[in-house]
Write a protein of this length. Structure first.
Length: 276
């Protein structure tokens, strides 16, 4: 039997979800499982790291205690879309308390959402963004509010998820040297397309860190000369498509990058204005 993997995700130390998991595991004789904890999941960037770790596993179940409704929704939707066993421990018990007490939580920490148009718009945006992450699909690409292009490890996914939290439908595509981006992108409004730039030395450091972590041996992936060639490719595309919005991600926070993108694109009137 293949070994099963339990991933415990929490916005705190993950001690609570660890104890709950142990309480269940003791009911089984010699469960053949490995347990990995991910704590301090308090923002989209950290959650994207967790989702990436989940995507690299098989025979996995995810258990999570996350107070933030938006982060819980993202993780839940990702697991649903990818048929991954998962248990939202925090959300489950909150709903039971609501039923028993016949009242809603105060939501001081954003624990519970208000069901309404705003909530469902955000869920639809998260569904769309997860389905169109990292070259997954071009289906319904015309419905994208924003299309993000960039090199591998330039931060496309966390940026896309951050924007999706505010109700924007985002598709992102990795640009690979020697390969063309999907031709269908030429048919959508160019003002919705964002191309990410990054300092090649910064990208080299990010990729080498990832390669060490995952024991990767792809020489081109972490080759300085290859990364400089990829960066040159990006600038060639920018020259060819001056109407695309260029966003430099080097050393900048996701919040700062997203704010810049929304300010420019909304001024162009390319997407619907959001009031979230």
């Amino acid at each position: 039997m293949n070994k099963k993997r339990l991933l415990l995700v929490s916005d705190g130390t993950a001690e609570t979800v660890k104890k709950v998991t142990e309480a269940f595991l003791v009911q089984f004789d010699n469960p053949n499982v490995t347990v990995t904890r991910f704590g301090r999941v308090k923002n989209t960037e950290r959650l994207s790291e967790v989702i990436e770790a989940i995507s690299e596993q098989s025979n996995v179940m995810v258990l999570f205690t996350i107070a933030n409704t938006r982060l819980r929704d993202i993780l839940h939707r990702y697991c649903e879309d990818n048929n991954i066993f998962h248990i939202d421990i925090f959300g489950f018990f909150l709903r039971k308390f609501e039923e028993f007490l016949e009242k809603k939580m105060s939501g001081r920490s954003g624990l519970l959402h208000k069901i309404g148009d705003r909530y469902f718009d955000r869920i639809a945006a998260l569904d769309y963004t997860l389905a169109h992450d990292d070259n997954k699909s071009v289906k319904d690409i015309e419905l994208a509010d924003i299309v993000i292009l960039g090199l591998s490890r330039s931060g496309k996914t966390p940026l896309s998820l951050y924007l999706a939290e505010d109700g924007y439908r985002v598709a992102n595509f990795a640009l690979v040297k020697g390969e063309s981006y999907p031709a269908i992108l030429n048919e959508i409004d160019n003002n919705r397309i964002v191309i990410l730039t990054i300092d090649p030395e910064n990208l080299l450091g990010i990729r080498r860190h990832r390669a060490r972590k995952l024991h990767l041996s792809n020489s081109n992936y972490c080759s300085r000369s290859f990364i400089y060639e990829e960066t040159e490719m990006i600038y060639e595309l920018i020259k060819k498509h001056p109407e695309w919005l260029k966003a430099d991600v080097t050393g900048r926070s996701i919040e700062e990058i997203a704010s810049e993108i929304l300010e420019v694109i909304n001024k162009k009137g390319s997407i619907r204005m959001h009031n979230l």
